[in-house]
Design a protein around this ligand. Structure first.
Ligand code: CDP
Ligand code: CDP
Length: 219
């Protein structure tokens, strides 16, 4: 069909959301929007400016002063500076959930994300897409996998890039982040009631993408 659909993909860290979302978007000719990159970019900028992350007001004010842009090649820009690699650092990963738990940060981010999704066919991934950002998305997917499998995937990804990587540390970081993301007061990580849960622990990337595409075709 030619119907313009919105596809929301949520789930815990390193479940394969962005990898699969990119494949699905490419296949359908939809725009892919990585909302995690937006929270990561804010976090990177806050760390660069040495803003105390416990001072919510200062963080929110900083967000209002910066521009965050993502191009069609998934390159991320902070005030026109390319920060695509920088936002994946351990420091950003370890601080992003605290910043993403600030209510006013979330309301600004959600508003920006809703503008990006308006009147377009999109595949958007994050933690609250099906529950808050696009609650009327036609297709909602909740991707999960065991913590060990997710840590192993991130570890292998790091090693492939030639980065120093410690499996135990990755596992602990993932657990910590999932806990903070699931327990925060404002739009926590949670499966939407009408989302389809896919456990990808023993699935390949291609299998997950095909499963999602099958739902799109029968919608
Ligand atoms: O790719 P990875 O699982 O490492 O995380 P991400 O998607 O880049 O998201 C980084 C962090 O941003 C998450 O751990 C959340 O704290 C936050 N986030 C969020 O709160 N809401 C979203 N829609 C997307 C990300
Ligand atoms: O976006 P999210 O944090 O949920 O995960 P990701 O960055 O897309 O995936 C994390 C890693 O797992 C990537 O290196 C993927 O290639 C890999 N992956 C996998 O091995 N098998 C899957 N079924 C899905 C992802």
């Amino acid at each position: 069909s030619n119907k313009k659909l919105a596809i929301a993909i949520d789930g815990p860290a390193a479940a394969g959301k962005s990898t699969v979302a990119k494949i699905v978007a490419k296949k359908l000719g939809y725009v892919y929007i990585d909302t995690g990159a937006m929270y990561r970019t804010l976090t990177y900028s806050v760390l660069q400016h040495k803003i105390d992350i416990s001072k919510s007001k200062a963080v929110v004010q900083h967000l209002e002063e910066i521009s965050i842009d993502i191009n069609a090649q998934q390159e991320v820009f902070l005030n026109s500076k390319n920060v695509t690699e920088a936002i994946r650092s351990d420091a950003v990963t370890q601080n992003v959930s605290a910043i993403a738990s600030i209510a006013d940060v979330r309301s600004i981010m959600v508003q920006r994300q809703q503008i990006l999704a308006k009147n377009r066919a999109v595949v958007m991934d994050g933690r609250d897409i099906g529950t808050h950002v696009i609650p009327d998305a036609e297709i909602k997917i909740f991707l999960i996998a065991s913590v060990s499998e997710r840590a192993k995937r991130r570890h292998e990804e790091n090693e492939k890039k030639g980065f120093l990587s410690n499996l135990e540390q990755i596992k602990n970081d993932i657990k910590q982040r999932d806990k903070m993301d699931s327990e925060r007061k404002v739009s926590p990580l949670k499966k939407a009631e009408d989302a389809i849960e896919i456990d990808t622990t023993s699935m390949s990337i291609q299998e997950v993408a095909e499963k999602i595409l099958a739902f799109v075709n029968t919608n």
